[in-house]
Design a protein. Structure first.
Length: 248
């Protein structure tokens, strides 16, 4: 990890739900940034619908009133970039939903993300050895939901497992234009996971993500994971251009 890059944001990402699907890789190619290629697990191109809490958020070390704790739901896929010396494994976001217009504006401006704003709410309940977590967002006057019931006990992620592939990507890549890509580092400890006992995903795939995703995201997922999370550091972005890497 290139820790010399300045810190943009620190937060705690907590109670992460990952519902994962295999898709036809051709539907991802229009979203693929320059100088990256699809990263696969067992020759499968995977996407994840992710719900989690952004807690204790600090931008440039400052806590913004009413913007420190909030929900996020996103759709992401997995890529890798070769910088001339090593492969970097990262993610690309097709969609990111938050409840705050200010958060959406900043992320879209600085990182060329794909944030949109919806009314959101969440629920967390712990009952003996079970935890139930749900994230809800209102889109086109309809409530959408991603939820799990999981064990409270924690387990380490097994090496070379699908869990490791899904969780252990430490770079973000966004398309700036056809010849320029934005790269930023994402740092956190390796997370521990909790066994999922039940899960639910109810969302309007076509209007949220596009009809091309509908056949895949309405099918049975390849897996559903739940992680406790940890503190996360997001580094300031850089441009990747042909022959050079420049700071913003």
């Amino acid at each position: 990890m290139q820790t010399s890059k300045p810190v943009f944001l620190k937060a705690r990402w907590e109670n992460l739900i990952m519902v994962n699907y295999e898709v036809d890789p051709t539907i991802l190619l229009p979203h693929l940034p320059a100088y990256t290629e699809l990263d696969t697990f067992d020759n499968k191109s995977l996407v994840s619908i992710v719900g989690f809490m952004f807690n204790d958020t600090r931008v440039f070390r400052l806590r913004w009133p009413y913007h420190t704790n909030f929900e996020e739901v996103n759709l992401r896929f997995y890529v890798k970039h070769f910088n001339g010396k090593t492969w970097k494994r990262g993610v690309v976001f097709v969609s990111e939903i938050v409840p705050s217009p200010i958060i959406s504006l900043i992320a879209n401006k600085l990182y060329h993300e794909h944030y949109s704003v919806c009314r959101m709410k969440h629920l967390t309940e712990v009952n003996k050895d079970e935890i139930t977590v749900s994230y809800n967002w209102k889109h086109q006057n309809k409530w959408n939901t991603i939820a799990v019931k999981a064990e409270t006990s924690l387990s380490d992620i097994k090496p070379e497992s699908e869990e490791e592939f899904i969780f252990e990507h430490y770079w973000g890549y966004n398309k700036y234009d056809e010849r320029t890509t934005i790269e930023y580092g994402v740092e956190h400890n390796m997370w521990q996971v909790q066994k999922v006992k039940e899960w639910k995903l109810k969302c309007d795939v076509a209007s949220l993500y596009g009809k091309k995703f509908e056949p895949y995201l309405l099918a049975k997922p390849t897996s559903v994971f739940f992680a406790k999370g940890s503190e996360v550091v997001i580094r300031k972005p850089v441009f990747i251009k042909k022959g050079s890497t420049d700071f913003f």
